[in-house]
Write a protein that binds this ligand. Sequence first.
Ligand SMILES: [Zn+2]
Length: 256
Amino acid sequence: MISIRKYFRIIFIASILLLFCFPQTALLQTTSVEYICAGTDYETPVYIIKTDYIEPLIMIVAGTHGNEKAGIKATEYLKDNLNIERGTLIIIPKANILACEENVRCLPPEINLNRVYPGNPQGNSVEKIAYEIFSLMKRYNIGLLVDLHESIEFYRKNPKNYGQTVVIDSNDDYLFELSSLLVEEMNKGIIKDGNKYMVLLDPIKGSTAYSAHHQLGIPALTFETCRKLPLSFRIDEHLKFIKLVLFKWNMLTVER
Ligand SMILES: [Zn+2]
């Protein structure tokens, strides 16, 4: 017969072992998939990573432009490898999936997904993508939108391009403080001055972030790396930016 004391000791040791084997974070999270533009050539997955705490809700969009690979690769990695501790993370790795597959900026080439928001359910195929993403933002009542992009040139070299910037669509104090803080954190890891990030205030009507902010009142950030830097570095930068955001929003308790 095992004495009561021994019994409790076994239970205690087993609980400690379980705690080490299965960290709490891994137990809380579930991932589900839904599709936007379902049943069309533009059908693309949306990954919803949920924990027991619904809020905060953050949406990350990549692949609005199909040849901006770093955000696409970073989000595809995160959907399988990230453990959040609270909140809900909604990830769209390939917003314009056909452009991503063809490795081109826009498909059809003449319609820029980042200029047609809030979209139109009766419009052309790209306006339909915008409408569905806009509807998702509304349906989930998200608290923050992060749109991932890349540019062919550094903003510091040619201000027509946005490489190495965090773009905000209004001079709202909260957005300015949040983006400044993120830029400061990102720049800690950058040695060369020319590669450092800047906050850029540039409202672009019809963009994902503009529409989120101005039409739905959702804080929104556009993160842009420069394609002149190596792809592996840029992917790491997108991963770092997303994790920093999640850390600031208490969805990750340890910066990793
Ligand atoms: Zn872009």
